[in-house]
Design a protein around this ligand. Structure first.
Ligand code: ADE
Length: 286
């Protein structure tokens, strides 16, 4: 079984891509799809065990992947990631800034330390990655950057830190798209809704139960899949998106702008796209 990508198998032949947070969840799926389309994938994350595991999967599937342990909050780590990538692949065509993290809390209970940590990972880390991509390769050769954000559009009252950081990344995407247009660098974002990924299993049981209830309120009556997010990332990284830069593409089944203007009855009319042949650890009944 191979990754069931809808894109042609040699789309990224001879090219390389860095995927942060590539050791699990959506990032792991994106890494697999790029590898299935011929790219050499550099998996970057803080957890060496997860990296090795995904690297082995990709190799088993006939793809090419390397692992580099990197904390995107650390400027020197990020620089080392780009130097290591150039040593391994001699080029950096695409960067997918997928690594991120947050915790649930009412805003008044977020400590300064917690706030700083989430902002550093999701906003500053993304900036450091974009800047390093530009300075180490893309200013001379062009390239694409895709930042993964979230459905923050109407505020995130229980994750205000990540909402602020993701909104910052959307504006950063626009700034960089304009600043680097002359150098042929395209910068876009993808904003996923609630995705049936391994990340969801990390929330406490009460949140899991609330999620099940929330599914009934979604226009599509189902969660998104990892491969639906990956397909958007691959499209934005591909020549098919050559005239798209500074854009944030929502992959959320219309949930971010759904207000109960008219009742949507229970239905099963939104068939899933499940291209990822190695999907694992996703909640069974969501
Ligand atoms: N995933 C979550 N946080 C991260 C970080 N700081 N660096 C790399 N990957 C991450």
């Amino acid at each position: 079984m191979k990754y069931q990508s809808i894109f042609r198998p040699d789309l990224f032949g001879g090219q390389s891509v860095i995927v942060t947070g590539g050791g699990s969840g959506i990032g792991r799926c994106i890494a697999h799809e790029f590898a299935a389309l011929g790219a050499t994938v550099i998996l970057a994350s803080r957890d060496p065990l997860k990296l090795t595991s995904v690297q082995n999967e990709i190799t088993e599937d006939g793809g090419r992947a390397y692992s580099v342990v990197c904390n995107i909050r650390d400027e020197s780590d990020v620089q080392r990631l780009f130097e290591e990538t150039l040593r391994l692949t001699q080029r950096i065509d695409h960067v997918v800034n997928n690594a991120g993290g947050q915790f649930m809390s009412r805003p008044e209970s977020i400590s300064l330390k917690g706030w700083d940590a989430v902002l550093e990972t999701n906003l500053t880390g993304t900036f450091l990655m974009c800047r390093a991509a530009y300075k180490n390769w893309m200013k001379d050769h062009g390239g694409t950057i895709v930042n993964i954000v979230a459905d923050f559009w109407n505020g995130m009252p229980l994750m205000a830190h990540t909402g602020a950081a993701r909104a910052g990344v959307v504006n950063l995407t626009q700034s960089l798209a304009l600043a680097w247009v002359e150098q042929g660098v395209r910068v876009n974002s993808v904003a996923p809704g609630i995705i049936r990924s391994s990340g969801l299993t990390k929330y406490p049981p009460m949140v899991q139960q609330a999620l099940k209830e929330m599914v009934k309120e979604l226009p599509t009556k189902r969660l998104g899949t990892e491969s639906e997010v990956s397909a958007a990332v691959v499209f934005l990284s591909s020549p098919a998106a050559s005239y798209i830069t500074g854009e944030t593409m929502r992959v959320d089944g219309a949930s971010s702008f759904y207000r109960q203007m008219m009742p949507i009855g229970d239905h099963k009319n939104f068939p899933r796209f499940e291209g990822f042949h190695r999907q694992a650890n996703v909640p069974e009944d969501l």
